[in-house]
Design a protein around this ligand. Structure first.
Ligand code: FAD
Length: 323
């Protein structure tokens, strides 16, 4: 019997988030041949994004309403439940993002499903149940879990750990889904004020230039921003730098901040505390710049530069400008 694997897609600023396509890839890894992948897209003016998503999913159910522009748990919950009731899914995949972490347990309760969260890999052994790998103890260990029984399941995947899905040979269908606003809807978010920085999204950036307490001041971030601009990178920070008031907490990477897995992570003046490593140690290549040769960050770095970041970072910027 063919099953439906549902992916709850996410959009931000009128664009599909990369994690949506990673979730499609994860769903394809978990499903059996003959099962189909349906994506759900909720938002406002979502028509073109739904068409884009249809390149990757057998079917896209879109709930497109002006009042659904900003995330609201009750409204999004109602929209998702309506679609899931119609699709009767075997599994639901979401990004392990702020929205995904909020919606996933609501969906699991609704479907009476088990949930495995923050999955970084899916292993298959022949035709058996897929095994889901997730980090523990801030990335110091990994556990592998399987769902027991044949009931529905909910999975959240950590962004930047699965490749984006490849397009299907032929695009799927786009279906407008019905939506009835819940009667007791409360508006919590009235407006979202985005920073006018034009910066690259930290969690989806291919390159991250990150500063720690070693930058010594808010102005100390300037050389890092210049390097980031040349590399088309996002700027991140340690909690040390955030706590010291050198930058916004939105930049914090680590156990209590964002988790990033870019192709290149450049850590400048960051000591490498375990809580920071929890947010970046799965980056593909790590470069550390620190004046202390004993700094723990060098244990995880692929390339270490022992030196003063205020000398090294501008030199890197000049060299990359030439490239
Ligand atoms: P420091 O440890 O002070 O290191 C500064 C480094 O800069 C030093 O290694 C120094 O040699 C170097 N340096 C100084 N000047 C220069 C220079 N001119 N050039 C080159 N190098 C220089 N931390 C996080 O980052 N993210 C988290 O999410 C997080 N969550 C936490 C949760 C909990 C529950 C707790 C207890 C802690 C958490 N922390 C987190 C804090 C963490 O333990 C560290 O305190 C923090 O990461 C240190 O930040 P830092 O490396 O910038 O500062």
């Amino acid at each position: 019997m063919s099953h439906t694997f549902v992916v709850i897609a996410e959009a931000r600023g009128g664009k599909l988030r990369q994690v949506s396509l990673e979730a499609v890839h994860a769903a394809r890894l978990a499903k059996e041949d003959g099962d189909r992948v349906a994506a759900v897209l909720i938002g406002s003016q979502a028509a073109s994004m739904a068409e884009e998503l249809a390149a990757y999913a057998d079917e896209v159910r879109v709930v497109d309403r002006p009042e659904l522009e900003a995330y609201n748990p009750e409204a999004y919950g109602a929209a998702v439940f309506g679609v899931l009731d119609a699709l009767n899914p075997q599994a639901v995949f979401l990004g392990h993002t702020a929205v995904g972490r909020d919606l996933a347990p609501m969906i699991a309760a609704r479907l009476d499903a088990g949930q495995i969260s923050d999955v970084v890999a899916i292993e298959r052994d022949g035709a058996g149940e897929p095994a889901y790998v997730r980090p523990l103890y801030a990335g110091k260990a990994f556990e592998t879990k399987k769902f027991a029984g044949g009931g529905p399941r909910v999975v959240t995947i950590r962004p930047n750990n699965f490749p984006a899905a490849e397009p299907l040979p032929a695009p799927g269908t786009v279906v407008q889904a019905d939506y009835a606003a819940p009667p007791d809807l409360r508006t919590v978010v009235k407006d979202v004020v985005r920073k006018a920085s034009g910066a690259v999204d930290l969690t989806e950036a291919r390159i991250v230039v990150s500063g720690g307490r070693g930058v010594k001041s808010a102005d100390g971030f300037k050389p890092l921003e210049e390097l980031a601009a040349v590399l088309n990178a996002a700027v991140g920070a340690s909690r040390g730098a955030c706590d010291a008031g050198y930058c916004d907490y939105a930049l914090q990477i680590g156990q209590t901040g964002k988790v990033v897995t870019p192709e290149l992570y450049i850590a400048c003046g960051i000591s490498g505390a375990i809580q920071h490593l929890a947010g970046m140690s799965r980056s593909r290549v790590i470069v550390a710049i620190n004046k202390d040769p004993e700094a723990p960050i060098f244990k995880v770095a692929d390339y270490g530069i022992v030196g003063d970041l205020f000398e090294v970072v501008p030199l890197l910027t000049e060299e990359f400008k030439k490239a």
